[in-house]
Design a protein around this ligand. Structure first.
Ligand SMILES: [Zn+2]
Length: 267
């Protein structure tokens, strides 16, 4: 991926942008450059190009304002987002493949840099706009960027087990309203795939004098073969520590991802 430095001259940027999401826009203009955008935004009395990046239809990527500068692309999120604008009018046009791929590459780069977990279209903030247009391939771009992070697991075969503990933790996640990486409830298919891994990582760490959820504690107690009363107290703490000690896990009495993973038979 090549990012072209546009060398835009800004008039009074504010800094301190702390990105936790990527916001996608279209220019609503079939043909334009980052310099056009810059001039349009200057004419509005802004510091200059409101976006952090601009991607042309030929797939070339241009810098807008610096990443650490507060954006001017959506009032609700300007202080914690990276704004990417695509050349084109995607209410009516279809996005060229090469441009889509460039946006995916750019999003992957930014996602990795800031550990961003959220990519939204402008209208999804939500904000009263039709930007980036009904033809903008939001889901396709989002899927391509988000799925990449779990590539090692996706590429390995999903691990199936004889036991039902994966299905059982999937059921628990669904009961607790914890979703998969795709934002949906888990399939209770007893297969440890990307969505199940993601959901398990969202489970709070369970421990004595810490997070307590009756259903979750009952699941742990059932798994450890101790009395099931939904109360994470001394007996449960000891059972967790014993389990960890006998399974080569660090013995901290805390049921987090590594312990759960072992409990459901995924090494
Ligand atoms: Zn927009």
């Amino acid at each position: 991926m090549n990012i072209i430095n546009s060398n835009l001259q800004f008039k009074g940027l504010s800094y301190g942008n702390n990105p936790d999401l990527i916001l996608l826009h279209h220019a609503e203009a079939s043909s334009c450059t980052v310099y056009d955008i810059h001039n349009w935004h200057l004419a509005r009395g802004w510091a200059g190009c409101g976006y952090h990046y601009f991607v042309r239809k030929d797939g070339s990527i241009y810098t807008g304002r610096p990443e650490n500068a507060i954006g001017a692309h959506c009032p609700n999120v300007n202080s914690h987002s990276i704004g990417i604008c695509a050349e084109g009018a995607y209410m009516i046009e279809a996005m060229p493949e090469i441009q889509k791929q460039a946006i995916i590459d750019l999003c992957k780069y930014i996602k990795g840099k800031y550990n961003i977990q959220k990519i939204l279209g402008h209208k999804e903030v939500p904000y009263p706009t039709d930007c980036p247009g009904i033809n903008y391939p939001l889901d396709e771009i989002r899927d391509a960027v988000m799925n990449n992070i779990s590539q090692p697991i996706e590429q390995s075969k999903p691990q199936t087990q004889d036991s039902e503990w994966i299905r059982s933790i999937q059921h628990l996640c669904n009961q607790l309203g914890i979703k998969g990486a795709n934002g949906l409830p888990l399939d209770e298919d007893n297969i440890f795939g990307r969505n199940t891994e993601y959901a398990i990582k969202q489970l709070p760490v369970a421990k004595i004098q810490g997070y307590h959820n009756d259903l979750y504690t009952r699941w742990i107690q059932k798994r450890l073969g101790i009395s099931v009363d939904g109360i994470f107290y001394k007996e449960c703490d000891k059972a967790v520590r014993d389990y960890q000690a006998s399974h080569g896990l660090s013995v901290d009495g805390q049921v987090g991802f590594n312990t759960i993973r072992r409990m459901i038979g995924v090494i």
